[in-house]
Design a protein around this ligand. Sequence first.
Ligand SMILES: [Zn+2]
Length: 393
Amino acid sequence: METLAREHPDLVKPLTLPFPTSSGRLVRGIEISRDVQVNDGKPVFVTVGMHHGNEWPSGELVMEYAVDLVNSASSGDPYVSNLLDRARLVVVPIVNVDGFVRNRRQTDTNVDMNRNYGFGWLPISTGGAAPWSEPEARNIEWLLSTRQATTFVTQHTCIQVVLYPPLQLAAGSTQDVARFEDLATRMATRYGPGYIPRDSAHDYETTGEAIDWAYFATRGLAFTAETCPNSGVARTFQTQVTDTYVAHRLAMFEALENTADPAQHATIEGKAPKDAVLRITKSFDMYTQPYSQPGGTTRPSAFTTTLTSDLDITKPNGKFRWAVNPSYRPVPPYQADGVRPNQTTFYTEPWILTCERPDGTVLQRTPVNVDLGQTVTVDLQQCTRNFHKKNPV
Ligand SMILES: [Zn+2]
């Protein structure tokens, strides 16, 4: 990743996640896009590997896709170049670095980090001491909370499935089940005839996985892709990585096409002063499932999710287009008073957009409601009027 960033600074930017692992190792990734250094508001596809540290092919596939994209774009491949004009990737091949170093599923605290995400969490033996107790899970929370990831794929081995929320049958279908089915089917078809697209609960029921929190917090489409050679085929580097990658790259192009498609996200556009920073935020409580708490009561625990991401106004004319997740958040099945399955509605919960000077002075604050596939124009005249004034009014 360091080599890619050094050799292609126009396409690749290094990224270090904020929390070292419990044994103090850094978790690193790269961003890939055209003019990658510019914080330009393209829709974001996040692809990660190795939540489970003994599933090495999952990290290899994620890394190989990064190398493939950069090599294709830098050699002028028109298909890849066009996609990187329209979308940004964030690639983190190894999210459980300690597990990778020791070739074991869990983190160094003996936790399955893919049971530690707070939404719908239960205190199972591998789930960690509390929701979000593990720095490895908090890294992915941070990653998806600080950019507009409209598509998220987490790679695993060794089954042939493409899974989407919910994790539990009792939660019922999600609001976006048709969109999930559509993209999961496209990806599974690319992986090959043995691959099954389905909701995760119908594969087997789990709790506290990345995809459930990711979807219900951000409304980005979130998938667990599990790859494996056909049954009876030996599991070797050749079969699990080299041969699987031929199909994996096509599945990932489906995900990247989905990311770039304006019908699959929302768009905020307008005109702001050059050098301004635009920021959108929202903050809300989410819940675990009910479980037996100290003191003898059975109830959910609450945690706060805060989404915040920003855009730099770099064009002299100040015009911008910002690809974001819809402001309408899916009503979750896990609530303050327990499990409320089969939700069909969304909260009307606007993004709070601020227009700021580079030093952080907020000059305007405005709510923005924007739905899937919709483009909303915001009026930032107040920010523009005051941007160069000493005493903003
Ligand atoms: Zn796994």
